[in-house]
Design a protein around this ligand. Structure first.
Ligand SMILES: [Zn+2]
Length: 131
C-alpha cells in the first residue's frame, strides 16, 4: 500500500500539472543544500504532505492507490448500492460506502484506514457540511 503523503512529499519540487507543465515549490528544493538544511526541507515536505492528505480526508475525499482497489469495482456490479454514512448524533452526512448486492461491504486496508479517519465530533461534521 503506497503512502500518498510520503509520495507527495517527494514531488513538491516537480509537480506535474494536468496541462502538461510543472509546478515547483522551491521552498522544498534541497538541491545543493547542506545535508542539515536538506533534511529539514525533507521533513517540512513530509509534514506539509501529511497535512494536505489529512485536509482532503477531513473534507470527505478518500485517497487510495489503484493497487489497493479491487479488480472489479463493486460499483460496476448490478444491484450495488451506495449507503450514506450519517452521524447518529447530529444526523449530518459524513461519508458513503459501497454495499454489494449481498449486503456485504468488502473493505481494503485503505478503506479501513479511511473509515478510521472519519471526523468524530459534530463540530467537525458541521464544518464538513459547510465546506
Ligand atoms: Zn455529528
Amino acid at each position: 500500500m503506497p503512502d500518498a503523503a510520503a509520495y507527495l512529499a517527494t514531488r513538491f519540487h516537480r509537480l506535474r500539472h494536468p496541462d502538461g507543465t510543472e509546478r515547483r515549490f522551491e521552498i522544498f528544493n534541497s538541491f545543493g543544500q547542506p545535508e542539515k538544511v536538506a533534511a529539514a526541507q525533507r521533513l517540512r515536505a513530509q509534514h506539509s504532505a501529511a497535512a494536505m492528505i489529512n485536509e482532503l480526508t477531513l473534507a470527505g475525499f478518500v485517497i487510495t492507490h489503484r493497487d489497493d482497489v479491487p479488480a472489479v469495482d463493486p460499483i460496476d456490479q448490478p444491484g450495488h448500492k451506495i449507503a450514506p454514512l450519517i452521524c447518529a448524533h447530529c444526523g449530518r452526512h459524513i461519508g458513503a460506502i459501497k454495499v454489494n448486492p449481498d449486503m456485504t461491504v468488502p473493505l481494503t486496508s485503505v478503506a479501513q484506514q479511511a473509515l478510521a479517519q472519519l471526523p468524530t465530533t459534530c463540530d467537525e461534521h458541521k464544518a464538513l457540511s459547510n465546506a
